[in-house]
Design a protein around this ligand. Structure first.
Ligand code: PNS
Length: 177
Protein backbone atom coordinates (compact mmCIF):
# COMPACT_ATOMS: atom_id res chain seq x y z
CA UNK A 1 0.00 0.00 0.00
CA UNK A 2 1.30 3.46 -0.89
CA UNK A 3 1.19 5.13 2.51
CA UNK A 4 2.28 8.58 3.64
CA UNK A 5 2.75 10.13 7.04
CA UNK A 6 1.61 13.66 7.83
CA UNK A 7 3.27 14.55 11.15
CA UNK A 8 2.97 17.70 13.20
CA UNK A 9 2.05 19.33 16.46
CA UNK A 10 -1.46 20.19 15.26
CA UNK A 11 -2.07 22.37 18.34
CA UNK A 12 -4.74 22.73 17.04
CA UNK A 13 -5.44 21.60 13.47
CA UNK A 14 -6.30 24.49 11.13
CA UNK A 15 -8.04 24.70 7.76
CA UNK A 16 -4.56 25.01 6.25
CA UNK A 17 -3.56 21.61 7.67
CA UNK A 18 -6.83 20.15 6.39
CA UNK A 19 -6.20 21.53 2.92
CA UNK A 20 -2.74 19.94 2.79
CA UNK A 21 -4.13 16.67 4.13
CA UNK A 22 -6.90 16.53 1.51
CA UNK A 23 -4.28 17.01 -1.21
CA UNK A 24 -2.14 14.22 0.23
CA UNK A 25 -5.16 11.91 0.53
CA UNK A 26 -5.68 12.25 -3.24
CA UNK A 27 -2.10 11.16 -3.94
CA UNK A 28 -1.70 8.24 -1.54
CA UNK A 29 -3.74 5.14 -0.77
CA UNK A 30 -3.49 5.91 2.92
CA UNK A 31 -2.36 8.94 4.91
CA UNK A 32 -1.56 8.65 8.59
CA UNK A 33 -1.84 11.93 10.44
CA UNK A 34 0.53 11.68 13.38
CA UNK A 35 0.45 14.04 16.34
CA UNK A 36 3.90 14.35 17.90
CA UNK A 37 4.22 14.06 21.66
CA UNK A 38 6.58 16.97 22.06
CA UNK A 39 7.76 17.45 25.63
CA UNK A 40 9.77 20.55 24.79
CA UNK A 41 6.82 22.47 23.30
CA UNK A 42 4.16 23.69 25.68
CA UNK A 43 0.89 22.80 24.01
CA UNK A 44 -2.56 24.24 24.57
CA UNK A 45 -4.30 20.91 23.92
CA UNK A 46 -3.14 17.53 25.18
CA UNK A 47 -2.02 14.94 22.65
CA UNK A 48 -5.29 13.06 23.20
CA UNK A 49 -7.35 16.21 22.61
CA UNK A 50 -5.42 16.97 19.43
CA UNK A 51 -5.97 13.44 18.14
CA UNK A 52 -9.68 13.74 18.92
CA UNK A 53 -10.00 17.12 17.14
CA UNK A 54 -8.14 15.69 14.15
CA UNK A 55 -10.35 12.60 14.06
CA UNK A 56 -13.49 14.72 14.07
CA UNK A 57 -12.14 17.09 11.42
CA UNK A 58 -11.04 14.31 9.05
CA UNK A 59 -13.98 11.90 9.34
CA UNK A 60 -14.96 12.75 5.73
CA UNK A 61 -11.62 11.50 4.39
CA UNK A 62 -11.94 7.71 4.09
CA UNK A 63 -8.25 6.93 3.60
CA UNK A 64 -6.98 9.05 6.50
CA UNK A 65 -6.05 7.57 9.88
CA UNK A 66 -5.19 9.65 12.95
CA UNK A 67 -2.74 8.65 15.64
CA UNK A 68 0.10 9.99 17.78
CA UNK A 69 3.74 9.08 18.10
CA UNK A 70 6.71 9.46 20.39
CA UNK A 71 10.39 9.42 19.50
CA UNK A 72 11.95 9.86 16.10
CA UNK A 73 9.72 10.46 13.13
CA UNK A 74 11.83 8.19 10.91
CA UNK A 75 11.40 5.28 13.35
CA UNK A 76 7.64 5.75 13.40
CA UNK A 77 7.55 6.04 9.60
CA UNK A 78 9.55 2.82 9.23
CA UNK A 79 7.29 1.08 11.72
CA UNK A 80 4.21 2.19 9.76
CA UNK A 81 5.81 1.30 6.41
CA UNK A 82 5.25 4.82 5.15
CA UNK A 83 7.00 5.79 1.92
CA UNK A 84 6.83 9.54 2.36
CA UNK A 85 6.47 12.32 4.90
CA UNK A 86 4.10 15.12 3.96
CA UNK A 87 4.72 18.67 5.14
CA UNK A 88 2.89 21.86 4.22
CA UNK A 89 4.84 24.83 2.89
CA UNK A 90 3.10 28.16 3.28
CA UNK A 91 5.80 30.67 2.57
CA UNK A 92 9.53 30.99 2.04
CA UNK A 93 9.85 31.49 5.80
CA UNK A 94 8.81 27.85 6.32
CA UNK A 95 11.48 26.63 3.98
CA UNK A 96 14.62 26.80 6.10
CA UNK A 97 13.28 24.71 8.98
CA UNK A 98 11.61 22.24 6.61
CA UNK A 99 14.77 21.90 4.54
CA UNK A 100 16.89 21.14 7.60
CA UNK A 101 14.35 18.70 8.97
CA UNK A 102 13.99 16.90 5.63
CA UNK A 103 17.75 16.49 5.25
CA UNK A 104 18.18 15.34 8.85
CA UNK A 105 15.41 12.78 8.35
CA UNK A 106 16.98 11.68 5.05
CA UNK A 107 20.34 11.14 6.68
CA UNK A 108 18.63 9.01 9.35
CA UNK A 109 16.47 7.10 6.87
CA UNK A 110 17.43 7.43 3.18
CA UNK A 111 14.37 5.49 1.99
CA UNK A 112 11.88 7.98 3.36
CA UNK A 113 11.01 10.83 1.00
CA UNK A 114 9.86 14.27 2.12
CA UNK A 115 7.03 15.71 0.06
CA UNK A 116 5.97 19.34 0.35
CA UNK A 117 2.49 20.48 -0.53
CA UNK A 118 1.25 24.04 -0.67
CA UNK A 119 -2.13 24.87 0.81
CA UNK A 120 -4.64 27.00 -1.04
CA UNK A 121 -3.51 30.69 -1.00
CA UNK A 122 -6.35 31.69 1.31
CA UNK A 123 -4.77 29.56 4.02
CA UNK A 124 -1.17 30.56 3.39
CA UNK A 125 -1.00 32.94 6.37
CA UNK A 126 -2.78 30.73 8.92
CA UNK A 127 -0.81 29.10 11.72
CA UNK A 128 -1.89 27.30 14.88
CA UNK A 129 0.06 29.83 16.92
CA UNK A 130 -1.79 32.83 15.48
CA UNK A 131 -5.15 31.10 15.68
CA UNK A 132 -4.56 30.50 19.40
CA UNK A 133 -3.57 34.10 19.93
CA UNK A 134 -6.65 35.43 18.14
CA UNK A 135 -8.91 33.05 20.09
CA UNK A 136 -7.22 33.94 23.39
CA UNK A 137 -7.98 37.61 22.71
CA UNK A 138 -11.58 36.72 21.82
CA UNK A 139 -11.31 37.23 18.08
CA UNK A 140 -13.37 35.20 15.62
CA UNK A 141 -11.40 32.19 14.32
CA UNK A 142 -14.34 30.58 12.48
CA UNK A 143 -12.72 31.09 9.08
CA UNK A 144 -9.45 29.49 10.07
CA UNK A 145 -10.35 26.25 11.83
CA UNK A 146 -12.94 23.45 11.61
CA UNK A 147 -16.08 23.91 13.78
CA UNK A 148 -15.00 21.39 16.45
CA UNK A 149 -11.73 23.29 16.95
CA UNK A 150 -13.58 26.60 17.16
CA UNK A 151 -15.77 25.09 19.89
CA UNK A 152 -12.75 23.73 21.75
CA UNK A 153 -11.04 27.13 21.60
CA UNK A 154 -14.20 28.83 22.83
CA UNK A 155 -14.36 26.38 25.71
CA UNK A 156 -10.81 27.43 26.67
CA UNK A 157 -10.98 31.15 26.08
CA UNK A 158 -14.63 32.11 25.84
CA UNK A 159 -16.63 33.16 22.78
CA UNK A 160 -15.50 35.77 20.27
CA UNK A 161 -16.50 39.34 21.04
CA UNK A 162 -19.13 40.81 18.69
CA UNK A 163 -17.56 43.06 16.05
CA UNK A 164 -16.83 46.55 17.40
CA UNK A 165 -16.93 45.42 21.02
CA UNK A 166 -13.22 45.29 21.71
CA UNK A 167 -13.15 47.56 24.72
CA UNK A 168 -13.58 44.97 27.43
CA UNK A 169 -10.91 43.13 29.35
CA UNK A 170 -10.05 40.17 27.17
CA UNK A 171 -7.82 38.53 29.72
CA UNK A 172 -10.53 37.12 31.99
CA UNK A 173 -10.86 33.67 30.44
CA UNK A 174 -7.37 33.55 29.05
CA UNK A 175 -5.41 31.13 31.14
CA UNK A 176 -3.26 29.90 28.30
CA UNK A 177 0.07 28.34 29.09
O1 PNS B 1 3.92 20.99 13.47
P1 PNS B 1 5.39 21.04 13.79
O2 PNS B 1 5.61 21.44 15.23
O3 PNS B 1 6.17 21.90 12.82
O4 PNS B 1 5.95 19.53 13.62
C1 PNS B 1 7.29 19.22 13.83
C2 PNS B 1 7.48 17.69 13.90
C3 PNS B 1 6.60 17.12 14.98
C4 PNS B 1 7.14 17.06 12.57
C5 PNS B 1 8.99 17.43 14.24
O5 PNS B 1 9.34 18.13 15.39
C6 PNS B 1 9.29 15.94 14.43
O6 PNS B 1 9.39 15.20 13.49
N1 PNS B 1 9.41 15.52 15.70
C7 PNS B 1 9.74 14.14 16.03
C8 PNS B 1 11.18 14.02 16.57
C9 PNS B 1 12.17 13.87 15.43
O7 PNS B 1 12.11 12.96 14.64
N2 PNS B 1 13.12 14.82 15.35
C10 PNS B 1 14.20 14.76 14.35
C11 PNS B 1 13.82 15.45 13.06
S1 PNS B 1 14.08 17.15 13.17
Amino acid sequence: MLRALYPGSFDPITNGHLDVLARAARLFEEVIVAVAHNQSKQALFTTEERVELLSQSTSHLANVRVTSFQGLLVDFARNQQAKAVIRGLRAVSDFEFEFQMALMNRSLEPNLEALFLMPCEEYSYISSRMVKEVARLHGDVGRFVPPCVQKALQARFGAALPKGDATGDATGAATQN
